[in-house]
Design a binder for this molecule. Structure first.
Ligand code: MRU
Length: 343
């Protein structure tokens, strides 16, 4: 697809494509310690729910290959404290605790009699989670592409593409799959204030893949829809509660309300790693609040008076009633939603 990987693990080291620099620079940064990984997730060098889950799975191993002289038990305790620390790097995407809890369980259940053997088991688990993510993306692409026919115009928000995962993405997976099949389609990408993941990242990767793309501001959706210019909305998710209420990038809820008003299908692409069976509904989802400077400036340019009060939630929750369906790796799901037993 001609899109670089969001991350890779080589010789006991994690490398992340620094998404803060896109689209101006394509630069991989090596993670030199666990604090580095925490900071890269927290400051969005790596971002998008599935990508941060996989970055955390590998990242939790950072530096541990230098501790093979420890007993397996001490090594395991050190591993668990690193993994638990990474879970605190961002609160909303459930993928972080999804991957790290699997890693911690492997550590707790291991009967390895040396630190090195335990490390090998953990590394194999991180790699298995990575392969699982790639495969879930692929299958979301297969099931989602069934919604796309010739001439389809799709609106998306934020970035739920290759950069937000380790494969072909979630919301963009159907787009890439249909495009590869030769279906003629086009995408409207919301710019996604305040951090512009749509303008900087979605547009960048769609253009690299040769998909016809139009950048729009976040406040243009109703205008586009009222003119009959949108056939389908597909977005990603950071956490889906058991009843289908879905947290995703701030602005998703507005888009869902608008799509419902104009009778346009509104789909969430959701790998099972983003489904939180334990959270009953959207009210239980913790929404990350981010720094006010993200809103009072546009890049380096100050755009609001000093001292203004700012509200800057990174995500909102779209109620299940506004969601036409979920595209998961196992197929499409329509209401009534009940994810309490998985997908
Ligand atoms: O703050 P971000 O850039 O990590 O937010 C990302 C999103 O909201 C994505 O839509 C979501 O994580 C799904 S990514 C497949």
């Amino acid at each position: 697809m001609n899109i670089p990987e969001s991350l890779y693990w080589r010789n006991n080291e994690l490398y992340l494509l620094d998404q803060r620099l896109l689209p101006a620079q394509e630069e991989y940064i090596r993670q030199s310690g666990i604090e580095d990984v925490w900071c890269s997730i927290n400051t969005l060098a790596v971002r998008g729910a599935p990508a941060i889950g996989i970055a955390a799975a590998y990242g939790s191993l950072t530096g541990l290959h230098k501790n093979f002289s420890l007993s397996a038990e001490d090594f395991g305790n050190k591993y668990i404290s690193q993994a638990e620390y990474l879970i605190t790097s961002r609160p909303t995407a459930v993928n972080l605790s999804y991957t790290l809890n699997i890693m911690i369980n492997v550590c707790r259940k291991s009967v390895a009699d040396s630190a090195e053997k335990l490390y090998t088991e953990l590394e194999a688990q991180a790699s298995a989670l990575h392969n699982e993510d790639i495969e879930m993306n692929r299958m979301i692409g297969v099931y989602g592409a069934e919604l796309i026919s010739n001439g389809c115009r799709i609106l998306t928000h934020c970035n739920a593409g290759a950069m937000a995962s380790t494969g072909i993405g979630t919301a963009l997976a159907p787009v890439y799959t249909a495009h590869k099949k030769g279906i003629k389609l086009s995408v409207y990408a919301d710019e996604t204030r305040p951090l512009l993941q749509g303008a900087r990242i979605t547009v960048w990767e769609l253009m690299k893949a040769g998909v016809e793309t139009t950048l729009v501001c976040d406040n243009m959706a109703a205008d586009l829809m009222s003119r009959g210019m949108v056939d389908l909305v597909i977005v990603g998710c950071d956490r889906v509660a058991a009843n289908g209420d879905t947290a995703n990038k701030i602005g998703t809820h507005t888009l869902a309300v608008t799509a419902r008003h104009f009778g346009i299908p509104f789909y969430i692409a959701a790998p099972s790693s983003s489904i939180d069976q334990k959270t009953v509904n959207g009210a239980g989802i913790i929404i990350e609040q981010r720094a006010q400077e993200e809103v009072t400036a546009f890049g380096v340019c100050i755009t609001a008076p000093d001292g203004v009060k700012v509200y800057n939630p990174s995500f909102d929750v779209t109620p299940n009633s506004l969601i036409t369906g979920f595209i998961t790796e196992k197929g499409r799901i329509t209401p009534p939603y009940d994810f309490s037993g998985g997908v």
